[in-house]
Design a protein around this ligand. Structure first.
Ligand code: PLP
Length: 455
């Protein structure tokens, strides 16, 4: 390893890095970014990278969009901050809520704002409790999530998350959070089991869980339509159609975590539409503002909202809210981002690029290290394996995925290693030529990785 540059040293001297093996940071050195334009980002040394992850699955419009910059500047001049507590209001929050209601995949009545996806999901749990308290069923509190789900990092959102690093070391999940099966057929389908049989088995297992726990103890089920941080896991067709009737039968709210999927990513406005999911309520964030400012939202239908009104009448108020929930900067940028998505037909644009994305993913399927490729619209993954025939994974201690990501940085691109699955989630405005170049650089890193593991 090379000596750290001055800015790298200042970074490791002062930053506690999220999601980072802290014990390796000094040795590997952080990659400190300086500026960005379009799909390109440059480190402080001036080296160029294609940003293949839209940051953290969020910068859908890429960097430096002039209209977004102008919308932000205008809002900061007009009203840089206000809030919605105690019945106060402001125009950008209203306008964004109206837009969200217009484009929502199911009928929505009200929007509750947060600053992040974690806060949106944390709020979802509180709202499910508040709702059941309003209906006089205080025992109906448990939440069903799924293995490999990612819902964020607050104590409740991390509990909903079904990934080891979010639980290990933190004494999580908290009580009352259950995890049902992950619908990833490649990894969890049994020998000789068809996809349809796999779906039936998962639905039966969910029904068993509900019956075992008692339906009168379960408030809600939460799912990403297409799982993101678990490795870009696309459910088999018919999955939601099989499980939703079981949930409805037991009066369990269905929460769609659209934090990554929303706003065109899957080639639909919402991931729910891509996978045939019909949620009761929705969490949104990330591409809601295309990451030009932090903002999250929870979308609720009229009948659920009416229960909050009734309960507020009983107990005096609706006691929940964040200082920056509905921040006018975030809301103005949300309004502008949606306007841009609509005007530039971002859903059609993503659909137009998807065949190239899929062709480039499929091109590496015969590579000896590649076990599976998968995608929904412009989010995808390449899963590396030690043995294609048996699907045997590499020993996690070898960090093969992380090594590929480092080789890739050398070739000038950023993708995310989720264990040994390499995730792709480029800004939605990427051109076909840029997308091809991203894959060219990925293939170079894959070749380096092959050489590395053969040593
Ligand atoms: N939900 C999903 C599906 C996510 O992918 C994420 C973040 O990656 C979150 C929630 C948490 O959002 P945040 O990091 O804004 O708290």
């Amino acid at each position: 390893s090379r000596p750290l540059t001055n800015v790298q040293q200042r970074d490791v001297d002062s930053i506690l890095h999220p999601y980072t093996p802290l014990h390796k940071l000094q040795e590997q050195g952080p990659l400190v970014m300086g500026h960005a334009k379009g799909v390109y980002i440059y480190d402080t040394q001036g080296k160029e990278y294609i940003e293949g992850m839209a940051g953290l699955w969020c910068a859908g419009l890429g960097f430096g969009d002039q209209e977004m910059i102008e919308a932000a500047t205008e809002q900061l001049r007009t009203l840089p901050y206000y809030h919605l507590f105690g019945g106060k209001g402001m125009e950008p929050a209203i306008e964004l809520a109206e837009k969200l209601k217009e484009i929502a995949p199911v009928p929505i009545s009200k929007v509750f704002y947060t600053s992040s996806g974690s806060e949106a999901n944390d709020t979802q749990v509180k709202l499910a409790w508040y709702y059941n308290n309003a209906l006089g069923r205080p025992k109906k509190k448990k939440i069903i999530s799924r293995v490999k789900a990612y819902h964020g990092v607050t104590i409740m959102a991390a509990s909903l998350t079904g990934l080891p690093y979010n639980h290990k070391g933190w004494d999580l999940p908290v009580e009352g959070i259950l995890h049902t099966d992950c619908p990833h057929y490649y990894r969890f389908g049994q020998a000789g089991e068809s996809e349809a049989e796999f779906v039936t088995r998962l639905a039966d297992s969910l029904r068993d869980m509900i019956e075992r726990e008692g339906p009168d103890t379960i408030a809600a089920f939460i799912a990403e339509p297409v799982m993101g941080a678990g490795g870009v896991l696309v459910p088999p067709s018919g999955y939601f159609a099989a499980i939703e009737p079981i949930l409805r039968e037991h009066d369990i709210l269905i929460i769609a975590d659209e934090v990554i999927n929303g706003f065109g990513r899957t080639g639909h406005w919402w991931g729910s539409q891509a996978v045939g999911m019909t949620p009761t309520t929705i969490s949104a964030a990330k591409q809601l503002t295309s990451a030009y400012a932090p903002l999250g939202a929870v979308l609720v239908p009229e009948d659920v909202y009416q229960a909050y009104v009734d309960h507020s009448a009983q107990i005096g108020t609706f006691g929940h809210g964040f200082t920056y929930g509905g921040h006018p900067l975030g809301c103005a940028l949300g309004v502008k981002a949606i306007e841009i998505y609509q005007r530039r037909n971002i859903v059609d644009y993503v659909r137009g690029l998807t065949p190239t994305f899929e062709a480039r993913l499929k091109k590496v399927i015969d590579h000896p290290l590649v076990g599976e490729v998968r995608n929904s619209g412009l989010m995808g993954a390449v899963e590396l394996v030690a043995d294609k025939a048996t699907k045997r994974s590499f020993d996690p201690a070898h960090g093969v995925g992380a090594q590929l990501a480092r080789f890739l940085e050398g070739h000038g691109a950023v993708l995310r290693a989720i264990g040994d699955s390499i995730a792709f989630c480029p800004p939605m405005i990427i051109t076909e030529a840029e997308l091809n170049e991203l894959f060219n650089r990925f293939e170079l890193a894959l070749a380096d990785t092959e050489e590395h593991v053969s040593k």
